[in-house]
Design a protein around this ligand. Structure first.
Ligand SMILES: NCc1[nH]cc(CCC(=O)O)c1CC(=O)O
Length: 305
């Protein structure tokens, strides 16, 4: 049997898809696994700010179309880039064990977040990162920064560039072997990651039992439960990666401990709350209800797209 993995062409996407291909070949000796590289709208429109391009499935539509046509059997995504509502034609066949969910600061001078000079410029296009940076350091200027991971690092380190520092997901840096560039790993108390950050999604056609059977041993239950809780929190708040919302769940003694944070985009107000529970979906929804009861909707006013 042969499996075709549809993938984006960025270095990070290719690493992630190769990783899944390697794991599947280990789990199923004799199985042939090939990659099919596709370009998505999110890859092509690199100059525009993400909220400006907007639209669901910016990085996924072309991969899903290839699944639908049968040109690919699987698609590998960063789970944090997937919409919180899944298209019923597809299913999450496996969520492999998560890498670090944390955020990494890369600064040109080697200064940590607390050591950056007053009014330093930090590059990020994520409203969640921007709001938390402003909350931690109201003096910072936050400037838009797009491009794939190596390009962003190049921009950050450019001595004539506009950025003193940038924020990236540690997982992506580790996957590309770029962790030696990291100045500081930010604790979740300072910058709470995006829901499902550091986790991969292996998507397949719903009901394609032959493929789903092959994916089953790749699934890591504690990771799946954690990301389900984080994504349920975001979904209940109105979904969308453009919201200044962070979430992180950890499994402790068989129980999930989920922390969520909602911010005003300018960082002037934040609500952070933690709940424990067993059922991921219910825990995520309950945490969202708890922060809404504390006024989260007012903080998010004007940010829903
Ligand atoms: N939004 C882009 C994106 N999607 C996944 C990762 C990194 C890997 C991950 O978080 O799973 C990144 C780069 C980043 O945010 O720094």
């Amino acid at each position: 049997m042969k499996l075709v993995i549809g993938t984006r062409g960025s270095r990070l996407a290719l690493w992630q898809s190769e990783h899944v291909a390697r794991r599947l070949r280990e789990l199923h000796p004799g199985l042939e696994v090939e990659l099919l590289t596709l370009s998505t709208r999110g890859d092509r429109e690199l100059e525009k700010a993400l909220p400006e391009i907007g639209g669901k499935g910016l990085f996924t539509a072309e991969l899903e179309a290839a699944l639908e046509r049968g040109e690919a059997d699987l698609a590998v995504h960063s789970l944090k880039d997937l919409p919180t509502e899944f298209d019923p034609r597809f299913t999450l066949g496996a969520v492999p064990e998560r890498a670090s969910p944390l955020e990494a600061l890369i600064s040109r001078s080697g200064a940590r977040l607390s050591e950056l000079p007053p009014n330093a410029t930090v590059g990020t296009s994520s409203p969640r990162r921007a709001a938390q940076l402003r909350a931690a350091r109201p003096d910072l200027r936050v400037e838009s920064l797009r491009g794939n991971v190596p390009t962003r690092i190049q921009k950050a380190l450019d001595p004539h560039g506009p950025y003193d520092a940038i924020l990236l997901a540690l997982a992506g840096l580790e996957r590309l072997g770029l962790q030696q560039q990291v100045t500081e790993i930010l604790p979740p108390e300072v910058v709470l990651p995006a829901p499902a950050q550091g986790a991969l999604a292996v998507q397949a056609r719903a009901g394609d039992e032959a493929v789903l059977e092959l994916l089953r041993p790749l699934d890591h239950r504690p990771t799946r439960r954690a990301v389900e809780a984080e994504r349920a929190f975001l979904r209940t708040l109105g979904s969308g990666c453009s919201l200044p919302v962070g979430a992180l769940a950890v499994e402790e003694n068989g129980l999930l401990r989920l922390t969520g944070r909602v911010l005003r985009p300018d960082g002037s107000q934040a609500i952070t709350h933690t709940l424990q529970g067993d059922d991921p979906e219910r825990l995520g929804a309950a945490l969202a209800e708890a922060v809404l009861a504390q006024g989260a909707a007012e903080l998010l006013e004007g940010t829903w797209v």
